[in-house]
Each structure stands twice: as C-alpha cells, then as structure tokens.
Design a binder for this molecule. Structure first.
Ligand SMILES: Nc1nc2c(ncn2[C@@H]2O[C@H](COP(=O)(O)OP(=O)(O)OP(=O)(O)O)[C@@H](O)[C@H]2O)c(=O)[nH]1
Length: 643
C-alpha cells in the first residue's frame, strides 16, 4: 500500500528520469534538425552545382550530336567541292574534246526563257535521258549578268550539273537540296521537291542575297564556309538553313557547293525537354528566336524568326537582351539569379553560331536536394527515438526503479519503519552501484536505529521500574508514621473507606489507647514514652498483618481486621492486649494497677454502607467503656460474625 502510494505520488512527468529523457530528446532532435538544415544547405549547393554540370554536360552532348550533323553536312560540302575541282581540272583543257563536249552540252541543254536568262528545261527535273545519262530533279537558273557567258563558265556549269546529278541522289535523305551557285549569278540545284531554277524570278541576282553574297571573295576574304539564311520553308513545311562552301581555284572564285538543310528535326531535338519543367530556347547570334520548347508552331511558321517586337514573351525578352548585351563571353554561362526562382544556362552552338538557352526551376533542384536531408531528418529522428526508447528502458530499469525503491526505503526510514526497511528491500539483490550503496547505508542505519531504539526502550523500562519503586516507596512513606513505622491516620482513613465498600471482605475496627500514658511521660520521660510507643508498635506489627495496624493519633492505635480472624480466633484482639501488657514495660503509675504499660481496646464491626465516623464513634464508645472499667481490657460491641 505504502509503495503504491509512493508510486502514485511521483507522476511520470515529475520523475527525474522522464525529465532527463525529455531534455535529452529535445537536444537530440534539435541537433538532428540543425544537422539536417546544415546538410540541406550543403547538399543543396552540391545538388545545384551537380545539376548545372549535368545539364551542361547533357546539353553539350546534345549540341555535340547536332554539331556532328552540321559537320556531316560540311563534309558533304568538302566532297562536293573536291569533286568539282577534280572534274573542272579534268575538263578544263581547251584543246581537248571533252572540253568542247562540255561547252556544247551547256548550249544544248539550256534554253533562254527570257532575254539574258537561261534555264534548264523541266525535263531535267521530271526526268530525261540524254546520251545515256539520266537527269532528274535538276533545275538551273542562269540569271542576268553584266558579262556574256564564257565557254569556261559554260564548262563550269556543265561540270557542276553533272556532279549534282551524280551526288544529289546520294544525299537527298540528309539534305533538302544540293546545289552549286556561281558568282556570275548562276544557281543549279538538285531538289526532288521543286524545280527552283524554273521558278526563280527572271531578274533575280543571287549575289544580292546574303546567302551567296557571303561567299564572295570581297565579302569573305578568309574563304570560310558558313551557315546562313535560316528560314522557314513554307512550301516544304520545315525549317531550312543553307550551308555555303566557296570553291576557289587558282585564286579564282569558281563556285559554291551548298546545301539547304531541313533542321526541323534538329530543332525539335534541341528544344525537347531535357528534364521535366525545363524550358529550352534556340536563338541566333542576333538574339532572334529560332525555336523554343513551349512556342506555338504556327507563330514561328508565320513569323519565321521571332524578334522582341513580334514575340514579346518576358522570358524571351530577357534572354534576347542578355545575348545582345554581349556580356556572355564564355561558351557556357550559368546564371543563378537571372530569373527569380530559376537557373538559366546559355550555351553557344559554334556552327551555326546559335545560343542554346535552358531555364530550369530552382524548386526542382531544391526538391531534389531536400531528399537527403529529409531522409536524414526522418532517419535521424527515428534513430534518436529508438535510442531514447532503449535508453528509457535501461534508465527505467537501472535508475528509475532503483531510485523509486530508494525513495520508498527513505520514506520508510522517515516513518521509522526500520523493520520494514530490513525486511522489505526485495529489489536489493537486483540493485547496483550507488543505489546499492545508498540502500545498504539505509539498511545499516535501520539496524542501528533499531538497536538504539531497543536500548532506549530498555532504559526507559528500567527507569519506569525504578520510578514505580520510588513512587511505591513514597506512597508507603506518605502513609507511614514516622515514629512507630505504623500506617498513619491518612492510610487509616483510606483503608477504612475501602473496608466500608460493599464488595469488601467484612472487617472490624479496633481502636486502642495506652493506659495512663500521660503519667508515663510524666514519670519516665517523653523519650521513654516514644520508645514505649515504638515497642508496642513493633509488637503489634509482628502479631498482626503489617498493613492493618495504624497510629490513629498520639498514643491511640487502630487495627482493621477481617472478621474471619475473629471467627477463627475469638480472643485474637484480647490476646493482643495481654501481649502488650506482657511486654513488661514498667509503669508503676498506671491506673490499671499491673505495674506495666497496658492498652485498652474498643472494638466495632465495619458494616458496609456505614459512615466511617459512625464506625469510629462506635469503636471509640467501646474504648471509652474499657477505660471506664479500669483500662487494660477489651470491650467489643456485640458482633455478629455472620455479618
Ligand atoms: N511520649 C509521648 N507522649 C505522648 C505522645 N502522644 C501523646 N502523648 C501523651 O499521651 C498523654 C495522653 O494523656 P491523656 O489523654 O490525658 O490520657 P491518659 O493519661 O493516658 O489517661 P487515660 O487515657 O484515661 O488512661 C499526653 O500526656 C500526651 O502528651 C507521644 O508521641 N509520645
């Protein structure tokens, strides 16, 4: 019961161990969260850098892949140029027959469709066989020019046409059109789609257009091939870009090997989402938008290249401004704060000198970065809770329970239940360490207390006994006459009152008075009187039961006797009287005349319910009678011993 009360008193939240565990938990979880926040920050930074480097790598791979496409076209251009030069060299021998045949072929194949303008007949496109040579998908436009057509130019044109006829079909699945152009305003092409040479305006001067113009020696002194003229071919329904490779021979610009290349697939590949939520933009070096992930196809189709005026999209406007600002010096730039909540990368595609821009929400990176810290928090908190649970169980077993046990033992000590402390320490065997020491100390203390208590009790008992003895002695002294050693008047009154009780044994009262004691004192001295009194008292004490003889006052004595004594010895009282007379205490002046000190007795029965004064008066009356009759005699009221 006591133990349960103690347990109840200590509410779980008040227990030291619970509070300790709560504090440790709070600290541990705080540390886990702090660690996770730090981890999140570090991981986020790493994840961001990792993401950007992954993105750059992926895009670089994509660009490289597409770059290879462009390089492949450029390789085609080299093949075309090489073949042209070889064949031109071979045919350009004015004395040879083949030279003349080539020149003649020009005259035979071309027809003047308007003054100064020559074109190949439509059969070269639809299909014709001339001198065992099959011509198909070819067309040519020899436009107005200031100088007349020379045989050499004719040779060049025939050579170019024959090469187109040979190689054009080989590349038709890679390029849209394969063509040769010449600075003398001549353009011939292999195109399965349309006979462009027949459709060109008769006044067209191809060198006026940047595509061909950029190949002229005056415009391009370094003689670099280039990619120009990106446009949307409405008829064909796809994006087209033209590759131009100038072909010089002996310092003279003879022709350009060129291709129109459909790059819709390429742009679709570029703008396809690299990752969910990523936005890609392809812009040319002038900041015009070529393609973007989320752009409406119709819009591009209508506008061809989009400008800030025709496409005022906020993201595009910002990107456009950035590119035009010239701040992007490196081939790859990553801007963390360019857009709020987004990371932006700018990557240059060398050929055809485009910008590839990716916008990616930071939130995705943060989300990715948060995975590890969240796992750390969850795992950390779970681990902490697990450890705390184990610690709790261990602390409960090894600390809390022993402490409770100790508190219980302490409370028993407080309640002075030392024996329970000795008997009740049931956990003693299981306790260890400090608690064990403390409990042992309690047990030792309890043993000492018990011993001290026992010693104290023994001492108290001893003192109590001594006190009782002293009290008894005091009481005896209080009831004793100092001279004679008899019981005094106080004891007489007490015992007489007791004898008058209804339940007391029937008794009788004897009053005695020394005869002529005044005369004794007068003649023998008061001291002799005292000695005589002591002698008589001693005699009576020996003869009677000690406790029933009293000094009633002066020389008067009293005896309270059970009636049964008289029933057994009817002369018991008178024998006492004669015994005194026979003590032989000389008294030659006594009225009794026996020459010795004598006593007279007056006897009265003690009747229950009587007043003490009545009993005394009756006895006194008898004593008076005994005196009147000469003393040294016993006068009894008539006794009915049956009473
Ligand atoms: N020595 C001595 N004398 C005592 C003591 N107490 C009383 N007396 C004396 O006892 C005497 C009693 O005298 P009385 O009353 O005249 O009686 P009596 O002389 O004995 O005469 P009767 O009683 O008639 O025989 C007195 O003289 C008292 O002084 C005592 O303690 N010592």
């Amino acid at each position: 019961m006591e133990r349960r009360r103690n347990d109840r008193r200590l509410h779980a939240t008040e227990r030291l161990t619970t509070r300790l565990l709560l504090r440790v938990s709070a600290w541990a979880i705080g540390l886990v969260i702090f660690g996770s926040i730090v981890t999140f920050y570090v991981v986020y930074q790493n994840a961001k850098h990792q993401f950007i480097s992954d993105l750059n790598r992926d895009v670089a791979q994509k660009i490289e892949r597409n770059q290879r496409f462009f390089e492949r076209i450029e390789a085609f251009g080299d093949v075309l140029a090489e073949r042209f030069v070889q064949r031109y060299e071979f045919y350009n021998d004015t004395n040879s027959r083949r030279y003349q045949q080539a020149v003649d072929a020009f005259d035979a194949w071309y027809e003047e469709t308007s003054p100064g303008v020559l074109r190949l007949p439509v059969t070269f496109h639809s299909g014709t066989t001339i001198d065992n040579t099959r011509f198909e998908y070819l067309s040519a436009f020899v436009g107005p020019r200031p100088n007349p057509i020379t045989p050499e130019l004719k040779l060049r044109s025939t050579v170019a046409l024959s090469i187109l006829n040979e190689l054009g079909p080989a590349w038709q699945h890679v390029v849209t059109n394969t063509h040769f152009s010449m600075p003398e305003n001549i353009l011939m092409l292999y195109s399965p789609d349309q006979p462009w040479g027949l459709l060109a305006d008769k006044d067209l001067v191809i060198t006026n257009y940047s595509v061909v113009k950029s190949t002229l020696q005056s415009e391009n002194p370094e003689r670099k091939p280039n990619w120009t003229g990106l446009y949307y071919d409405i008829t064909a329904g796809y994006w087209t870009i033209t590759y131009q490779r100038p072909i010089d021979y002996a310092g003279k610009h003879l022709a350009n090997a060129s291709f129109d290349v459909g790059i819709s697939q390429l742009l679709a590949d570029l703008t396809q989402r690299q990752r969910p939520d990523a936005e890609h933009f392809v812009l040319n070096s002038q900041g015009q938008l070529i393609s973007a992930t989320n752009i409406a196809f119709d819009l591009v189709q209508e506008q061809a290249l989009l400008t800030p005026e025709t496409y005022p999209d906020p993201a595009f406007l910002s990107i456009n401004a950035k590119i035009l600002s010239g701040e992007l010096s490196a081939n790859t730039s990553t801007l963390d704060d360019f857009f709020e909540d987004h990371v932006v990368t700018f990557q240059r595609i060398d050929n055809p000198n485009w910008w590839y821009v990716t916008i990616y929400p930071k939130l995705n990176i943060q989300r990715e970065a948060a995975v590890l810290p969240v796992r750390l928090i969850v795992g950390g908190v779970a681990l902490v809770l697990l450890v705390l649970m184990v610690v709790y169980l261990l602390v409960r077993r090894d600390v809390s329970k022993p402490l409770t046990e100790m508190a219980y033992v302490a409370s028993m000590m407080d309640a002075r239940n030392y024996k329970d402390v000795l008997a009740g320490n049931t956990l003693k065997g299981k306790l260890k360490g400090e608690v064990r020491y403390a409990l042992n100390a309690f047990v030792t203390m309890a043993k000492r207390f018990i011993k001290a208590q026992e010693q104290l009790e023994e001492k108290v008992n001893q003192r109590t006994r001594e006190l009782a003895r002293a009290n008894k002695m005091l009481e005896a002294l209080a009831n004793m006459d100092g001279l004679t050693g008899l019981l005094n008047r106080r004891a007489f009154d007490r015992d007489l009152a007791q004898a008058l009780q209804s339940d007391s044994e029937p008794s009788i009262l004897v009053l005695g008075d020394l005869d002529s004691f005044k005369a004794y004192n007068d003649n023998y001295g008061h001291e002799a009187g005292d000695q005589a009194l002591q002698k008589i008292a001693q005699y009576l004490m020996n003869a009677c039961e000690q406790n029933s003889v009293y000094r009633y006052g002066g020389e008067e004595l009293a005896i309270i006797l059970p009636q049964r004594i008289l029933a057994a010895q009817p002369n018991y009282i008178d024998n006492l009287r004669s015994g005194i007379a026979h003590l032989g205490i000389e008294h030659n002046y006594s009225a009794s005349g026996i020459g010795a000190l004598s006593i007279s007795f007056g006897v009265a029965p003690i009747k229950s319910g009587q007043l003490a004064s009545d009993v005394i008066r009756t006895a006194d009356t008898q004593l008076y009678l005994a005196k009147r009759r000469g003393g040294n005699r016993t006068v009894m009221e008539e006794l009915s011993l049956k009473e």
